[in-house]
Design a protein around this ligand. Structure first.
Ligand SMILES: Nc1ncnc2c1ncn2[C@@H]1O[C@H](COP(=O)(O)OP(=O)(O)OP(=O)(O)O)[C@@H](O)[C@H]1O
Ligand SMILES: [Mg+2]
Length: 265
């Protein structure tokens, strides 16, 4: 359920790398409980915006408030406290190859809590099950897991500290269509059961149709539009039209009840 409370507020954000201006003036407000996707052409600055929200890259100017705290002005201690309240699934999963699944998922609990070892193992196992993985997978190493299982493992780790907010970078990239739709379902389930706010960067039109409440489209350094997908696809801006046209866009739209989004609009 989307509430009226703002959980992330990005204002007048600009980003330059040398002479290249990636973001000119990004303004975006994300509500608690919503699933929002950030999309746009390659190189428009999606990953950069994500890294800025995570506190890993500094924008040139503007402000980013998360949980009402300006993360660009926050001290390292405050930033760490904010970071502890969100989870991230990186595009490459970023699982430690030398740790088994249970150890990978338990890692943030060792880092951020003082729970005893048994409790940590139990909590990690619970999250592994919530991510739709069998308990028998707990002792396996990342290289022994399929692509879809690795994503689920990354998701289990992203939710292990019971975050309010999670960021997912291309969660279905490289997965076959069945595995991808299983992951979309999992994201929806987690959103419903944990009341999460979810920010997804994705190129996957099926994911956009199935799981998002709103989609923010970046182009020309600004948010060109942010709206439920069924509305966004009608925007006549050439960059938006181009993104959703072509056989890829039409197939996805047709297979989701003739352009009906998650809410049947
Ligand atoms: N650290 C950096 N130094 C210099 N240029 C950078 C840096 N990071 C990103 N860029 C440039 O900023 C632009 C936006 O990059 P970004 O990775 O955010 O795009 P994107 O929207 O995620 O693209 P894609 O869909 O291909 O992943 C690109 O032109 C990229 O080359
Ligand atoms: Mg990217």
């Amino acid at each position: 359920m989307t509430s009226t409370e703002t959980i992330i507020e990005i204002k007048n954000l600009s980003t330059e790398f040398g002479n290249t201006q990636v973001h000119k003036d990004i303004n975006l407000s994300i509500k608690r409980g919503e699933v929002i996707a950030i999309v746009g052409g390659s190189g428009c600055g999606k990953t950069t915006l994500l890294r800025e929200m995570l506190g890993l890259t500094q924008p040139t100017s503007g402000s980013i408030k998360i949980f009402d705290q300006d993360i660009l002005l926050a001290s390292p201690e405050i930033l760490l406290k904010i970071q502890r309240r969100f989870g991230v699934l990186f595009q490459e999963n970023a699982l430690f190859s030398s740790l088994n699944l249970l150890e990978n998922v338990a890692f943030p609990l060792h880092e951020h809590t003082r729970l005893d070892k048994n409790m940590i193992q139990e909590l990690a196992l619970l999250k592994i099950l919530m991510a739709g993985l069998p308990s028998s997978a707990a002792v396996k190493y990342p290289a022994m897991l399929s692509g879809g299982m690795q994503k689920r493992a990354g998701l289990a780790r992203a939710i292990v500290l019971d975050p309010e907010l999670i960021f997912l970078d291309e969660p279905t990239a490289g997965l076959d269509p069945n595995t991808a739709s299983g992951l979309d379902e999992l994201v929806l389930n987690l959103q419903a059961t944990m009341g999460l706010t979810i920010v997804i960067i994705t190129h996957d039109l099926d994911t956009l149709w199935t799981v998002t409440d709103r989609v923010a489209f970046i182009g020309e350094g600004v948010i060109l539009d942010v709206a439920p997908l069924a509305e966004l696809v009608k925007n006549p801006h050439p960059l938006i039209k181009e993104f959703f046209s072509g056989s890829r866009g039409r197939t996805a739209e047709a297979s989701h009840s003739k352009g009906k989004d998650k809410h049947g609009n």
